[in-house]
Design a protein around this ligand. Sequence first.
Ligand SMILES: [Zn+2]
Length: 311
Amino acid sequence: MAKRKTKRNSKRNTPRNSIIVVLLTLFIGFYLVEGGWQDWVDPNNSSFSATTTQTGAEAGRLRVIFLDVGQGASQLLISPSGKTMLIDAGNNDREQQMVDDLHAYGVKHLDIVIGTHPDADHIGGLDRVIDHFEVGDIYMPKIQANTKTYESLLRSIKNKGLKVKTAKAGVQLDWDEAVDAEMVAPVAASDDSNNMSAVVRVTYGSSSYLLTGDAERESEQAMLSAGRELQADVMLVGHHGSKSSTSPAFLKRVRPKYAVIQVGEDNSYGHPKQTILDRLAKQHVEVYRNDLQGNIEIASDGSKYYITTER
Ligand SMILES: [Zn+2]
């Protein structure tokens, strides 16, 4: 039943009754003034720019924004009460864009920052973000990298006087009392950076999200064995749609309705792999992609989803 803009589909402005037309016009005017314009975009038009005038919390909604960072990953979460969480921040070469995007979404402070794992396409922009914004808690898994990118991040963390908390399965994030946010991976230590990815499951009312970082089959298997709840209506497709992730057993357990692939145009990895797209299609999962649609927002009021894409 959760379909984009379903909420407004019943409110078409057909001029059958002039009083209704006038009332609707006034109501729309009020919403425009109050910044609620997002709800009043033509319900038949699935895409519009969500990056320009969004500010703070939208009453009663959890917003999960899959930021278009090219070949990399980043998710911005804004809770119903306006709390913010940033999971990853894309590559170094887009870090100013990252900061600009956060400003455009009205972010002034990040309550929680998570660097899912030390790969540059996830933590590259985090140093600049941390330099730029006040940060509450920062979480990263216990795996290091000998890269300039990683060192630069550690420097920014130190300069801000932050202490890194360990990202691992079972960690409950103290974020917004209306929203449950729990890490479901990494379950076990691994030498492989991708398989150390912090995986976060977020639930709000009856809606659920699974944000998978670059977790591959090894980690997926460990999550399945650990027995935690993994079902999620909205799933970030693991490792940019690489065939190393989204194993059939994992997909079957998560049972997503919507999947987002964070991938850059013409990337040299050939992501997303056709095998994975076929696998998602076979499960009737509705797929969204940053390379095709720009920023993708999947918000929830606790029961319905509201999906908007930049293009
Ligand atoms: Zn990656």
